[in-house]
Ligand binder design. Structure first.
Ligand SMILES: [Zn+2]
Length: 684
């Protein structure tokens, strides 16, 4: 398996709205209310999140979080460069314009440029963070050139001796050409050649990449490294080699900065266990040795006692068309003690769920080890988790480590809260538009967020960790379909057990009706409303969306004779209604059994067939309808955040405390990061 991040619940994924009108200035405002939703542009909305219970931390804990937070901000350039080789050039040019342009900043053109700038910041590059296709500024090439010329040339990423005109001639097609670097990760023809992502360099083909890594892999290795995880594969003069991300290698300047902050953090760590694995992480960053990365993960996953935790590294391989190379990301967090009780209950019963899973007993895990689950409060997001973060995390990714040592599963409560509160700040709702009846709306309002949290818990705590491969099955056997099938497996495990009476007995679910809210929103989203996030004429490509479509469409088709899910069209509006919840649960179980079989046996052909049949192609009529209905609501489908700033409080030259500030200017935060946390040279 692997890659277990970015599991956004439907509720969270579909909220957002225009900011409320400002209160009249003369009205007295006794207490300033925290505003979650602070900006909207393109198809994006920007929110803030709070850090609750900060004052209950000790000074040492706050220092530890502060240093880890600085480390989390230092890899921002790495991610941009990984996403596409000229992203840093574009971003630094944008920064130069925003920081120094002398011309009119009130014009419509300039405002349009600012929207482009925000989109580049949001996406960490020139491709849409989710759809992965290139987006464009709504200004002319000539105006763009004027902006660059009207800015301080010393701030531009010029090559030695390069004139501003030459630079503009280079940059213009990078930004404006519709065909150049068209899509970040392609699934067509030669997926390496057609992808703009910067994991491969030189004239290198998919077959060559496969051959390179096949030669490296040792058959029957019970404890393999994650091949190719932390390097760019380069072809030069006919030779292919890995350019490894490490302190004295590729991205060295940024990695050294990260190491520096991790070393400071280690001086104030909570315990020896943290010091031990953080040192392993530093060693790994220093050498790039993936065996050390495994050792780090093994040590890290076994620490469930520390209050503070962090993720910092090359972790998820969603962005690589080959599903091997990982983008850099970081999260700093501490335990949300109250919310952890519920997820603990789920993980304490892991073995019971595994034993009662509706899959072939041959594919069940005999012993579920160390499935730890907790709810966390994040304090800093970085890299691929910023500004658009997951709301649940399940790591590490290596299958054998998960099997032998377990995995850590977390639900991020303060981000989920921010999504909910931001939706509350909005009068319109996707729920009302796409739900068939008031009864369904009421059901979802009553149980929706609880059921969604529990589904996320089940998905992360148990779903990804469940099941096992048959002896001899290669972990990477499902290749380009592995992410989608893995997410479907985890989702189905959660959906199936959400309706389990034991969930109510354990006190995890409030009553026997609550699961129905999640079933309704799941089907509504998978059949229909998530299409709002796909461009007309395009396929569904993102793994989590493919998974939800696969699950919903498969159940719709297989339950058709019994009318389990019914499609109704009223006044030109399509709805999907669940007529038989018990039968739908049965279908979830059946599909779980099949997908578990595909994974356990490494049945690539069956995996490919089921994904291609149910997960990819969109009914163009329905797609158009959903887009129109969704657009009429004026909601933004994607959300991201501004990080709070953790600021040292000084007294007589000593740090006596750290306070949390909540900035609300998205652009200002990115310009600050561009000045203070940029370590890589933008090359072209
Ligand atoms: Zn997942």
């Amino acid at each position: 398996m692997k890659k277990l991040m970015i599991c956004i619940g439907m509720a969270a994924a579909m909220v957002g709205c225009a900011p409320k009108e400002e209160e009249p200035a003369e009205q007295p405002q006794p207490k300033e209310e925290f505003k979650y939703l602070v900006d909207e542009f393109a198809d994006l909305r920007i929110m803030r999140y709070q850090i609750p219970n900060w004052d209950q931390l000790t000074l040492q804990q706050k220092s530890y979080i502060y240093y880890l937070g600085e480390a989390a901000k230092c890899g921002r350039d790495i991610l941009a460069d990984q996403n596409c080789k000229y992203n840093l050039v574009v971003r630094k040019t944008i920064e130069a314009v925003l920081n120094s342009y002398q011309g009119d900043r009130e014009s419509a053109d300039f405002q349009n440029f600012v929207v482009y700038a925000k989109r580049v910041f949001f996406s960490n590059g020139i491709h849409h963070h989710y759809a992965e296709d290139k987006f464009f500024p709504e200004v002319s090439e000539a105006y763009f050139a004027d902006l660059v010329k009207g800015s301080d040339a010393s701030l531009l990423p010029l090559n030695e001796g390069e004139t501003v005109d030459d630079f503009i001639a280079f940059l213009t097609p990078v930004v404006f050409d519709k065909e150049l670097y068209k899509v970040r990760r392609s699934s067509e023809d030669d997926i390496i050649v057609n992808s703009a992502v910067n994991f491969y360099e030189g004239d290198i083909k998919k077959a060559e990449v496969e051959a390179f890594y096949n030669k490296m892999r040792k058959p029957n290795d019970a404890t393999p490294i994650s091949y190719g995880l932390n390097s760019k594969l380069v072809k030069e003069n006919g030779k292919i080699y890995e350019d490894v991300y490490k302190a004295d290698g590729l991205y060295g300047e940024a990695i050294q900065a990260i190491i520096g902050w991790l070393q400071k953090a280690n001086e104030v760590a909570e315990n020896d266990s943290q010091r031990n694995y953080t040192q392993k992480l530093i060693d790994y960053y220093t050498t790039g040795d993936l065996k050390t990365w495994n050792e780090y993960n093994i040590a890290w996953v076994q620490d469930s006692l520390s209050h503070i935790d962090f993720v910092n590294g090359f972790i998820e391989d969603y962005a690589d068309p080959m599903g091997m190379k990982a983008t850099w990301e970081a999260v700093v967090d501490y335990k949300d003690l109250e919310a952890t009780v519920r997820s603990n209950t789920i993980s304490e019963n892991a073995q019971w769920f595994e034993d009662h899973s509706p899959v072939d007993p041959r594919f069940r895990k005999e012993e579920c080890k160390g499935v730890s689950a907790k709810s966390i409060i994040v304090t800093t997001l970085g890299g691929d988790c910023f500004p658009s973060p997951p709301i649940g995390i399940n790591l590490p990714n290596a299958d054998w480590i998960r099997k032998d040592y377990g995995s850590k599963s977390v639900t991020i409560t303060n981000l989920m809260e921010a999504y909910d509160k931001a939706a509350d700040e909005c009068p319109r709702s996707a729920l009302k538009e796409f739900a068939y009846s008031q009864e369904e709306v009421d059901l979802c309002k009553k149980y929706g967020s609880d059921a969604d949290v529990v589904h996320t818990n089940l998905h992360e705590c148990l779903g990804h960790g469940s099941g096992k491969l048959l002896p001899g099955t290669q972990p990477g056997a499902l290749k380009e379909f592995s992410s989608t099938l893995e997410e479907a497996r985890a989702d189905l495990f959660g959906l199936y057990f959400l309706a389990e009476p034991r969930m109510v007995e354990l006190g995890v679910m409030p009553d026997a009706e609550a699961y129905k809210a999640e079933y309704c929103s799941y089907i509504r989203n998978g059949m229909m409303s998530q299409l709002a996030r796909v461009e007309l004429g395009k396929d569904v490509t993102e793994a989590h969306m493919q998974n939800r479509k696969l699950v919903s469409e498969w159940c719709y088709e297989h339950g058709k004779d019994a009318n389990v899910i019914e499609k109704k069209v009223e006044n030109g509006k399509t709805y999907f209604i669940i007529n038989d919840f018990e039968a739908l649960r049965g279908l979830f179980g059946e599909l779980l059994a099949e997908i578990q079989r595909i994974k356990s046996e490494g049945d690539y052909a069956a995996g490919k067939a089921i994904v291609e049949k149910y997960a990819v192609k969109v009914d163009p009529e329905l797609h158009k309808e959903v887009k129109e209905r969704y657009n009429a609501l004026g909601l933004k489908p994607y959300g991201g955040f501004i990080n709070p700033e953790i600021v040292p409080v000084m007294e007589n030259g000593q740090v006596v405390d750290y306070k949390v500030e909540y900035p609300s200017d998205f652009v200002a935060q990115h310009l600050k990061y561009g000045k203070e946390y940029s370590f890589l040279k933008a090359k072209h």
